[in-house]
Design a protein around this ligand. Structure first.
Ligand SMILES: *Cc1c(COP(=O)(O)O)cnc(C)c1O
Length: 378
């Protein structure tokens, strides 16, 4: 035969997630850590690299790492599931709690993977948009949950890409209102210090997601983990890929986790850098800055995608363009970088905006809103 039988019909309208692999001198688009792993950790690893068994399949449950994470969180290993990045665990949750005939409650604008994974797994999505300040519409959410047909809720906390957190009292109300699985995505926990961990014992339907990608310089290795009720973890092990977390990643992540105090200073530096960015941006007349509890800052500026393009092409500064995403008109998100990167970003924005003012005074301030593909996602 000379034809291909079509893939599942549901895929027809799906567009692959575009991770926008654009390179620039200043990379502030993906909420990565500005620094590579600390040299002392890399040295210890390289000293032992020759003993590493590349030829053996990994420990499917990442037992060592699992034990370390359990102990640090006052839990049992049975309460922990390690994944190939937090992303895999989000997918696993939708494989197990979503699927045809099941429903995800999503609170956009938020992390786009929730909606994408829902589509891929055939899960219906109910969306309750956040308000103009990106606060969760608690009343509508609680009313919707009381109908009893939501199977899983995903809440990014702090919310990516807006940076804000939901009031803890609202999260508790949500947990009280439903037996749906409630994922509180704490990918930015190390920056926000807000966690729902103390509520796990009272709420077996609560699962918490964390990652090594943001505060621990390991975005390239793909390691994330869930804290959850033993029964939830055991359901998820039925759908997960047994060897998804490779042994090299397990080994490096365990070393990083053991030495995690080493990262405290960098985390403080990033939080200081966030203040510098917020302060710098809010001093610009044309810019509205949204408060952030994470390692990034969302801001709104007229002709945002023109600014995005200018920053990349004339200053080699890459930020994330959300200006076409629903609810995020004219919004860009900048990741906190090193001090030099933050300064370069602020100087570049200052220059572009002052050029813009000058050209507006001259009467030729025609800025196109077109030309850049708006991006969703990280
Ligand atoms: C970055 C991020 C994750 C997970 O990222 P991984 O690199 O897959 O661990 C999960 N949720 C949110 C909201 C994120 O921003």
């Amino acid at each position: 035969m000379k034809s291909i039988r079509p893939a599942r019909p549901e895929l027809e309208y799906l567009v692959p997630y575009d991770a926008k692999d654009i390179r620039a001198e200043v990379m502030l688009a993906a909420n990565e850590h500005p620094s590579n792993l600390p040299g002392e950790i890399v040295e210890k690893l390289s000293d032992r690299l020759s003993e590493f068994r590349f030829n053996r399949y990994p420990d499917p449950m990442a037992s060592k790492l699992r034990e370390l994470i359990a102990e640090a969180n006052g839990l049992e290993p049975a309460n922990i599931l390690v994944g190939n990045g937090g992303d895999e665990l989000i997918f696993d949750i939708l494989l197990a709690w979503g699927g045809p005939g099941r429903t995800l409650l999503d609170l956009p604008p938020t992390f786009s993977m929730y909606g994408i994974d829902a589509q891929v797994t055939g899960t219906e999505v109910v969306r309750i948009p956040r308000d103009a300040e990106f606060e969760v519409d608690g009343e509508t959410v609680l009313a919707r949950l009381s109908r009893g047909d939501i199977d899983v809720v995903m809440i990014s906390h702090p919310n990516n890409p807006t940076g804000n957190i939901a009031p803890e009292t609202l999260l508790i109300d949500i947990l009280n209102a439903t037996d749906a699985l409630v994922l509180v995505d704490e990918a930015y926990f190390e920056f926000s210090r807000h966690t729902m961990r103390p509520h796990m014992e009272r709420h077996p339907n609560l699962v918490i997601l964390r990652t090594f990608s943001k505060a621990f310089s390991l975005a390239g290795l793909r390691v994330g983990y869930l804290l959850g009720n033993e029964e939830v973890i055991s359901e998820l092990t039925k759908v997960r890929q047994p060897y998804s977390v490779d042994s090299f990643a397990q080994w490096v992540a365990a070393s990083v986790f053991r030495e995690r105090v080493v990262f405290q200073q960098a985390i403080r530096d990033i939080m200081r850098g966030r203040d510098t960015l917020m302060h710098g941006l809010s001093s610009m007349e044309e810019v509205t800055v949204f408060p952030s509890e994470a390692n990034f800052v969302l801001f709104r500026v007229e002709h945002a995608s023109a600014l995005w393009r200018d920053l990349l092409h004339n200053h080699s500064v890459l930020v994330r363009d959300f200006s076409r995403a629903p609810g995020l008109d004219d919004c860009l998100r900048v990741t906190v970088g090193s001090d030099q990167e933050n300064e370069r970003f602020l100087a570049a924005v200052t220059e572009v905006l002052s050029q813009r003012r000058a050209s507006q005074i001259l009467g030729n301030g025609a800025h196109s809103r077109h030309g850049t593909v708006g991006e969703l996602g990280y």
